[in-house]
Design a protein around this ligand. Sequence first.
Ligand code: ADP
Ligand code: MG
Length: 204
Amino acid sequence: MYNSIKIKEWLINLSKVYDENKDYLTKLDADIGDADHGINISRGFGFVREALNKDENASISSIFKQTAAMLIKNVGGASGPLYGTFFLNAVSVSSNKEELSLNDIAEIFNKGTNAVSALGKSKAGEKTMLDTLYPAAEAMKNNADNLENFKKEVLISAENGMKSTIDMIATKGRASYLGERSKGHQDAGAASSYMMIKELINIL
Ligand code: ADP
Ligand code: MG
């Protein structure tokens, strides 16, 4: 079971990883987008870190609510509202809970991923963050009864999902403007989602 301190640790660690990978994520977005994904996401999570550090006694659902609000309010690109919506959906799953189980975490990813898909009018196979999130959410659901399997299977599913975007042709987001020429490049949002999942696995 994972309490608010653990959930906060996940998101604050993630904000540091996004800072460290700002140039890498921006480079991925430069190849097939507008070269701002690393800037957007590290800036957004900088606000998240600041809000969470200020609010020492926040409940898990309040942590997710503040995360969503900071991303929606402060990130200009498509990824802000998309990730914001993901975390907004985690609020109801965690409301009144002092601790989350692996099943709860699986439910958060399942619900959040469907919400991203609904907002983005997008589905798996279109070379977006969803190609990391869907297989990871599925692996979470299938392995919620065993921590070691959960960690191993979720990480490998997320990594394979991220890498699967290399060969895809983008049909959503800015990369879709390139059509066939988007092939051969890994999607930036798929990479930032992989980092989000990797940092989650690290606190479990
Ligand atoms: P922008 O595209 O507005 O510059 P970012 O560069 O921050 O925003 O984020 C781009 C990422 O957002 C893409 O790599 C992709 O993973 C994701 N994305 C863009 N549009 C969609 C969509 N409709 N559905 C799901 N994900 C999307
Ligand atoms: Mg961009």
